[in-house]
Design a protein around this ligand. Structure first.
Ligand SMILES: C[S@@+](CC[C@H](N)C(=O)[O-])C[C@H]1O[C@@H](n2cnc3c(N)ncnc32)[C@H](O)[C@@H]1O
Length: 168
């Protein structure tokens, strides 16, 4: 039997590869992904905007046709190894709330400091996106913008833990 045929037979017998061997293998260094801010949050007393680097301005074409935008940003004020190692918190900083995993709440500490805020879009002009409000501090780095698409982003039969209050 040719080497090719043997390989095919082995592949058919183990369609997902040799899982046990993969689990036992020494862990390779995890991949790292390169990201740079596309812009920054700029807040004044009466205005909240996301000011994009001019080189990304073309990416805003059509955004003004949507009512809401999801802003993906970085909890940069918490970017320390200690804060990135925190895996459980009392949500909302309330000691009355149950100890909760960071993947089960919206805590600003987590291994990857990714934040997501749904914002009402007020205007898009040149490289500036004005939103009604955003819970990010002035100067916060913004990683991405995505329009809120109700067909994709909404859910029915929503359930939330008691500390999070009634579904809104
Ligand atoms: C509870 S987090 C939720 C953020 C986002 N809506 C989410 O769900 O991912 C919002 C809080 O993060 C904090 N925050 C805002 N900007 C931040 C920044 N650049 N770095 C660290 N914390 C920040 C503020 O205290 C703000 O009230």
């Amino acid at each position: 039997m040719s080497r090719f045929a043997i390989t095919c037979l082995l592949a058919a017998a183990m369609p997902f590869g040799n899982l046990q061997a993969a689990e036992d293998a020494p862990q390779a260094a995890p991949p790292e992904f390169k990201m740079t801010p596309i812009g920054y949050v700029k807040k004044t007393d009466d205005r909240a905007t996301i000011v994009l680097d001019k080189k990304y301005q073309d990416g805003l074409l059509g955004l003004d046709q949507w009512s809401h935008v999801q802003v993906i940003w970085w909890f940069d004020r918490n970017d320390t190894p200690q804060r990135r190692a925190i895996l459980q918190v009392r949500p909302r900083g309330n000691p009355q709330n149950p100890l909760t995993g960071v993947f089960a709440c919206r805590a600003p500490v987590r291994p990857n400091l990714i934040a997501l805020t749904l914002c009402k879009l007020l205007s898009v002009k040149d490289n500036v996106v004005e939103v009604e409000s955003i819970d990010a501090f002035d100067g916060t780095p913004v990683l991405d913008l995505k329009p809120f698409a109700p067909g994709v982003d909404a859910a029915s039969g929503v359930k939330v833990p008691h500390w999070a209050g009634p579904p809104q």
